[in-house]
Design a protein around this ligand. Structure first.
Ligand code: NAD
Ligand code: UDP
Length: 312
């Protein structure tokens, strides 16, 4: 049994991670400032005496004794991370420094939830870890992309300079229950619009691609990466390589929800990546990682979750 700190633990991915690590018998401390997360996501865990909930902001120091840290605190949806861009950078950079300081003092292993956004609008397809990316440093997505890139740099420098025990995972688009209704990302937007029979809003012409991974598969990969002791620290891509256009994705949601929604087109936000697909060769080789949940199965569970949320 380990004592594990999960920052951003009340968010979408963090809440699944809290549950899985508790189920495995660990002590879990969930730290969150509730910017995009909610108590509802972890309400079922509150009566477990191995679970603790702490309201804290990682841009401020935090002292505790733990064996492992999963650093997930950071808004992930473009409208949310752009809402207060400066705060987003502070969360990625100051927050990372604080969590690495904590890891160094406790000699804890620390895993950083990095992102496919470090590749920007990629010129290499599918994306491999050795690709350095094509990122605009001054655009509206930069607060997130560059913040996450700097966080990776900090992880590597603490590792080289202080021998901190690190793991870096680059997460590609992930979906599932516990996404916020008003999250603003494509999966929640399209499902909520379809369930309400409202127009489905495609940004641009819908030819841009994404590859969607069900949250349970991602959690498997994150825990495998944290637990591996073969010297592999990453960065490693975690995601599902099954790629589709946003237009095809909208049609699939309409089909699965039996919706009468119409598709409408809105302007494409600037710097929106035109394609994204993880190359997971490295994750397969080093972690034996393989996503198992296919898109229709994962979306059906997610649609059920949103139906309950909307009282439908
Ligand atoms: P989310 O917004 O649901 O969760 C983020 C959590 O962090 C929320 O609970 C929020 O309240 C908390 N938080 C934000 N700033 C904080 C701060 N300064 N101090 C303490 N808590 C703070 O997003 P998510 O989809 O669960 O993403 C979790 C992590 O995974 C993020 O770091 C994100 O960048 C990364 N990631 C997610 C995806 C994805 O597709 N979901 C893809 C790539 C990377
Ligand atoms: N998108 C869309 N309609 C929406 C929300 C998003 O067409 O209502 C598009 C968005 O422009 C992007 C893709 O869907 O091309 C994925 O967007 P999301 O915000 O989920 O995440 P991203 O991968 O861009 O960070």
């Amino acid at each position: 049994m380990k004592r594990i700190l999960i920052t951003g633990g009340a968010g979408f991915i963090g809440s699944h991670l809290c549950k899985r690590l508790l189920d495995e018998g660990n002590d879990v401390i969930c730290l969150d400032n509730f910017f995009t997360g909610s108590k509802e996501n972890i309400i079922n865990l509150l009566d477990n005496n191995r679970f603790e909930l702490v309201r804290h902001d990682i841009t401020k120091e935090y002292f505790i004794e733990v064996d492992e840290i999963y650093n997930l605190a950071c808004p992930a949806s473009p409208p949310h991370y752009q809402y207060n861009a400066i705060k987003t950078i502070k969360t990625s950079v100051l927050g990372m420094i604080n969590m690495l300081g904590l890891a160094k003092r406790c000699k804890a292993r620390i895993l950083q939830a990095s992102t496919s956004e470090v590749y920007g609008d990629p010129l290499i397809h599918p994306q491999v870890e050795s690709y350095w990316g094509n990122v605009n440093p001054i655009g509206i997505r930069s607060c997130y992309d560059e913040g996450k890139r700097c966080a990776e740099t900090l992880m590597m420098d603490y590792h080289r300079q202080n021998k901190t025990d690190i793991r870096i995972v680059r997460i590609f688009n992930t979906y599932g229950p516990n996404m916020d209704l008003n999250d603003g990302r494509v999966v929640s937007n399209f499902i909520v619009q379809a369930l309400k029979n409202e127009d489905i809003t495609i940004y641009g012409d819908g030819s841009q691609t994404r590859s969607f991974c069900y949250v349970d598969d991602l959690i498997d990969g994150m825990i495998k990466m944290m637990n591996n002791t073969n010297g592999f620290i990453g960065p490693v891509n975690l995601g599902n390589p099954s790629e589709r256009t946003i237009l095809d994705f909208a049609k699939l949601i309409i089909k699965l929800t039996n919706s009468s929604s119409k598709i409408i087109y809105k302007p494409l936000p600037s710097d929106d990546p035109s394609k994204r697909q993880p190359d997971i060769t490295l994750a397969k080789k080093e972690l034996n990682f393989e996503p198992k949940v296919d898109i229709e199965e994962g979306l059906t569970k997610t649609i059920e979750y949103f139906k309950n949320k909307l009282n439908l």
